[in-house]
Design a protein. Structure first.
Length: 281
């Protein structure tokens, strides 16, 4: 089973196909992709990098905003994800590079990119190395836009707290697993220090030569039905531990039966916009 932040498993066809199907059936990744692309100021861009681009959900949002002459390069180290993307996204302006985010600068010229966009993935990388690589390929004035899941950044949007009317689906999954399998959950996220707080992000960006020009805690609104669909993707399935995927799906079904499908679910994000400083005379 992949760890909680889903670092592993992306180069498996089952995950790639399920993830792509989710992005097409549900608005979560489309909405966050469009939000980040908008913040990239892409109207006059010539080259935009979709970093950790997976099967192309964010590339689609970028392609909608860039000029007809511009190019998008989608970089991801999971060939399975890119195989799905190549099949379903055929815009001639898009190029695919299979490589780790940390090796971005090996594949693009220095100061060549107008913007780099990274959706729902930066905390899965060696961020210090990635920030340095991004700084190398950004042109002066170019933007780096990314988001961090609220739990990893240690932030919560007020909507996440005010909207909650009962246990989360994750909490119900742990409850069902404990009752039916004797499952003992690991320490709650609230008991752990955040993996990538803004202080760390700022320090690493500054060290790489990038300047933070904007941050915002945003809320992504969805439903229990969408959350169930997301947790059905093998790489995201719960609970952690020695369970088969079939067992996890049985637990998920039992937990979901304790909810209302259209009950609201809110996810918090920390959105960061950084910039390579303009050249000085």
């Amino acid at each position: 089973m992949a760890p909680q932040d889903a670092i592993l498993g992306w180069d498996e066809d089952s995950n790639a196909e399920a993830y792509d199907a989710f992005t097409r059936a549900h608005p979560m990744y489309d909405a966050t992709s469009r939000d980040l692309a908008r913040r990239g100021h892409l109207a006059n861009a010539s080259l935009v990098v979709d970093l950790c681009g997976g099967a192309g959900a964010t590339a689609r949002a970028i392609l909608d905003l860039i000029p007809a002459r511009a190019r998008v390069v989608s970089v991801d180290n999971a060939a399975a994800m890119q195989r799905v993307g190549r099949r379903t996204l055929t815009d001639a302006r898009l190029t695919w590079i299979t490589a780790p985010a940390e090796r971005l600068a090996d594949h693009l010229h220095a100061s060549s990119a107008d913007a780099v966009v990274c959706n729902s993935a930066i905390w899965k990388t060696d961020t210090a190395a990635v920030f340095a690589a991004v700084a190398h390929i950004l042109r002066p004035g170019g933007r780096f836009v990314f988001n961090i899941g609220g739990g990893f950044a240690g932030v919560r949007h007020p909507d996440e707290l005010s909207t909650r009317t009962g246990p989360t689906l994750n909490a119900l999954i742990r409850q069902v697993a404990a009752e039916t399998h004797g499952y003992t959950p690991p320490p709650r996220d609230a008991d752990r220090p955040p993996k990538l707080p803004m202080k760390t992000v700022t320090e690493q960006l500054t060290s790489a030569g990038l300047t933070v020009v904007g941050t915002e805690v945003t809320a992504q609104h969805s439903t229990m039905a969408e959350k169930k669909a997301w947790l059905s993707i093998p790489v995201f399935a719960r609970p952690e531990g020695d369970f088969t995927h079939a067992q996890r799906m049985h637990i998920l079904d039992a937990a979901y039966a304790m909810t209302t499908p259209d009950a609201p679910a809110v996810t918090s994000w920390l959105v960061v916009v950084a910039q390579r400083p303009e050249a000085t005379a």
